[in-house]
Ligand binder design. Structure first.
Ligand code: TYM
Length: 332
């Protein structure tokens, strides 16, 4: 079976609909057809300062949510990045193959370092995409299910795989992005031209999976919509309504065309009210399952440790090969 790898950062108290619809939903589906490896990337979550206790808890909550939305430890490998030291080890080697200018051109780095102030931004923020490449290449992943915002990072992963293979002999599978267009960029409810983002959206722009559905309903009701009153799907002229239709369609399984037909003659308010209800129905069981995983943290930690063992069995052979190829001594 072809292998997929993907990761998600534990940088918030909940995943939002963008994370779920753009990526995690596909992770669940890919368990059926692929050898699937998924990771809570806590190493990536410390680039901008953090509280250790909060990070630890968020990693657990992230894992619990992944299980709650349908990842099955019997059918995939689910683990926390810090339990597999090979990620950091490979990242060093790949970092030495990455040009300073090449890393400087990563748009997420440029945006975030600008926001934090160039002097204050950490070197970890700069090398972040190299660690991401290590995550993927360590597992010889064929495909990487992510949202549109990760495309440039995946391009770097591909370049680094090819570069290593050229310099040192065939070692890495060159991964392809798995980006499902319809939901690849869920937008901010308050700014439908920007992506819904843990780090840059205001709370009113984000619908979190674990928040009170009454709160989500309120946000959906106040979502910025477009001029005119007709409910049509057109991302150019009606980005707000199109985003709501995208979310509605993905969560309900109804085609966008069917929704547009069903709302013919109705108003934005009707659509918003019904979408809030769809969200409520969707998140309620997920919230209950997440809570139940979190009720027994020892059991959850055990499950994650078992996942990390499985992951290491896949990661170690790649790292050994890399060490040999570059002329290092094997780990003892
Ligand atoms: P992160 O934690 O920011 O987001 C997790 C996943 O959610 C997707 N996503 C979205 N998709 C659609 N619309 C949105 N508004 C939206 N917001 C987020 C992201 O594209 C991502 O797939 N760098 C990664 C984490 C990572 C990783 C990896 C991913 C580390 N190592 C290796 C893949 C492979 C990140 O920050 O994701």
């Amino acid at each position: 079976r072809p292998r997929v790898f993907s990761g998600i950062q534990p940088t918030a108290d909940s995943f939002h609909l963008g994370n779920y619809l753009g990526a995690v939903r596909h992770w669940v589906a890919l368990q059926e057809s692929h050898d699937a490896v998924y990771c809570v990337v806590d190493l990536h979550a410390i680039t901008a300062g953090h509280d250790p206790k909060v990070l630890h808890q968020r990693s657990r909550v992230a894992a619990a949510q992944l299980l709650a939305v349908g990842l099955d430890p019997e059918r995939c490998t689910l683990f926390v990045q810090s339990q597999v030291p090979e990620h950091a080890q490979l990242a060093w080697v790949l970092g030495c193959l990455t040009g300073f200018g090449e890393a400087s051109r990563m748009t997420q780095f440029k945006d975030k370092s600008q926001k934090q102030g160039n002097e204050r931004a950490s070197v970890g923020l700069f090398t972040y995409p190299i660690l991401q490449a290590a995550d993927i290449l360590l597992y010889q992943a064929n495909a990487v299910p992510v949202g549109e915002d990760q495309r440039q990072h995946l391009e770097l992963s591909r370049d680094l795989a090819q570069r290593f293979n050229t310099h040192f002999g065939p070692t890495f599978t060159v991964p392809v992005p798995h980006i499902v267009k319809a939901t690849a960029k869920i937008t901010d409810l308050q700014d439908p031209t920007a992506k819904m983002s843990k780090s840059s959206s205001s709370p009113a722009g984000i619908v979190d999976l674990l928040e009170d559905p009454a709160r989500s309903a309120k946000k959906i009701r106040s979502a910025v919509t477009d001029t005119g009153r007709e409910i049509v799907f057109d991302e150019e002229t009606k980005p707000g309504i199109s985003n709501l239709l995208t979310i509605y369609s993905a969560l309900s399984g109804r085609e966008i065309d069917d929704l547009v037909a069903a709302y013919d003659g109705k108003g934005y308010g009707d659509l918003k009210k019904d979408l809030a209800e769809v969200v409520r129905e969707f998140v309620t069981p997920i919230q209950a399952r997440t809570r139940s995983y979190l009720e027994d943290p020892a059991q959850l930690d055990k499950l994650l440790a078992a996942g990390a063992e499985k992951a290491r069995r896949l990661a170690v052979p790649t790292l050994l090969k890399v060490y040999e190829r570059v002329g290092f001594f094997p780990p003892v």
